[in-house]
Design a protein around this ligand. Structure first.
Ligand code: ASP
Length: 290
């Protein structure tokens, strides 16, 4: 069993550097939550959901409470969850009330529709028991400051998780507030199946970075196509980031294949990442910068 998480590719702002320990604890809590679920018999979908819910609760990550603000100071969040064995997919975009957008995405796994947007997506989530908040409650002082200081262009902070469970099933989940200062209505790669999120029988992937380039590159599905053709996971992941660069963007991704191999490259100055592997019982947490 393997769980890999990310908390966004970008450059680390000064306040994130200062609060590095808190970020590390939040990443470890997300891995622990997924690992506990797996040990209790949960599947890959539930494990990725557990990890993402944990990260959506942490205000320094750009998902759920603490999400990045649009140019008008509002929060619009997106999330996707994909189940590898049957390629079941659920996603929401521009939700403003759902406390954990990943729960809305998970609820859609059982629906005929794959992607719901806006108020209707919030209503769907509420009808499936997902907690709702007043939109203003998602706005943190930190994100207001960031919006006013226009620091946004360089910091990301989306969260994601991929998992291989004990049955060999894969799943991928991603959740974001988008990019600080984005125009209301803008949707990035995160909730677009095949762009920011993908899982099938061979590989699960969650992307982060400049969403428009990931969309144009068809990034997550491109990785799956390369893996299916027999390309080594690490090489495939690097190729995807090259293609994203060719489409004018930078970022990173986390991926795990059916053999439990992991790739987590990034082309930005930093990406917060963590890995948990059952074998050896070790929790590895990484917060890399180059
Ligand atoms: N990819 C996300 C988006 O474009 C942002 C991020 O990963 O930080 O909305």
């Amino acid at each position: 069993m393997v769980v890999v998480i990310h908390a966004g590719a970008g450059s680390l702002s000064d306040d994130l550097r200062e609060r590095e320990v808190e970020c590390r604890v939040a990443l470890e809590a997300a891995l622990a939550s997924a690992a506990t679920a797996l040990r209790d018999g949960a599947d890959a979908v539930a494990a990725t959901r557990c990890a993402v819910v944990e990260m959506e609760s942490f205000p320094l990550f750009n998902a759920g409470y603490g999400a990045a603000l649009c140019s008008d100071g509002t929060v619009e969040m997106s999330a996707a969850l994909m189940r590898g064995p049957d390629q079941g997919a659920g996603a929401v975009a521009a939700v403003t009330r759902t406390r954990h957008p990943i729960l809305a995405a998970e609820a859609l796994l059982e629906a005929e529709q794959v992607l719901l947007i806006g108020e209707r997506a919030d209503a769907y989530a509420a009808a499936h028991g997902a907690e709702q908040w007043e939109p203003s409650r998602f706005v943190t002082e930190r994100q207001l400051r960031r919006l006013h200081e226009h620091l946004a262009l360089h910091e990301h902070g989306t969260v994601g998780a991929v998992c291989l469970d004990s049955t060999g099933a894969l799943a991928a989940a991603t959740s974001t507030g988008g990019r600080t200062g984005q125009p209301p209505g803008r949707v990035g790669d995160t909730p677009l199946i095949g762009a920011g999120t993908w899982a099938d029988a061979h590989v699960a992937v969650s992307c982060t970075g400049e969403g428009e380039a990931f969309i144009r590159a068809g990034a997550a599905r491109l990785l799956a196509a390369l893996v299916e053709r027999g390309v080594d996971l690490g090489a495939a992941a690097d190729t995807v980031l090259e293609e994203v660069a060719r489409c004018g963007g930078r970022g990173g991704l986390i991926a795990v294949n059916a053999r439990g191999e992991v790739a987590m490259p990034f082309s930005t100055p930093a990406m917060q990442r963590g890995v948990w592997r059952e074998r050896g019982g070790v929790v590895v947490e990484e917060r890399s910068e180059r």
